[in-house]
Design a protein around this ligand. Structure first.
Ligand code: SF4
Length: 152
């Protein structure tokens, strides 16, 4: 319960969906009501990676490095169509979904998603955290999941 209500998000915002996240943090929607107002711009002090915006293939290795620098347990939200699937940018230079390089826990649809949808995504993560077994991160299934991404 403590972990669920004290998430430290790392906003990896590259374009327009990041603006919606700013609205989500501001007074009207106030992510702080969910105990997640302490943003971390250091991967080592974050447990929720929020990817918001178009991720170019050249940026993929950077995103992956940020993910790898986060300590376990950690969770990932793909916010918006671009982070989830590449969105409208079906081009040679855009990553067609961040789940091609890192595991994703929750996808938030929309272009851009409304702040309510982003809050809903955070609440879904809270549900995952509350129901997650303390042993999950050491389980063979989780190790296999990371191995499928080439992450040790
Ligand atoms: S999903 Fe839409 S609003 Fe979000 S970054 Fe992509 S183009 Fe912009």
């Amino acid at each position: 319960m403590a972990r669920k209500n004290s998430i430290w998000p790392l906003p990896f915002a590259t374009s327009c969906c990041g603006i919606e996240f700013m609205a989500t943090m501001a007074s009207t929607y106030d992510l702080g009501r969910f105990g997640a107002e302490r943003l971390s711009f250091s991967p080592r002090q974050a447990d929720l990676l929020m990817v918001m915006g178009t991720i170019a293939k050249k940026m993929g290795p950077v995103l992956r490095q940020v993910y790898e620098q986060m300590a376990e347990p950690k969770w990932v939200i793909a916010v918006g169509a671009c982070a989830s699937t590449g969105g409208i940018f079906d081009t040679y230079s855009v990553l067609q979904g961040i789940d091609r390089i890192i595991p994703v826990d929750v996808y938030v649809p929309g272009c851009p998603p409304r702040p309510e949808q982003i809050l809903d995504g955070v609440m879904k993560i809270q549900d995952l955290i509350q129901n997650e077994s303390l042993r999950r991160r050491n389980s063979p299934e989780y190790q296999d999941l990371l191995a499928s991404y080439g992450i040790e």
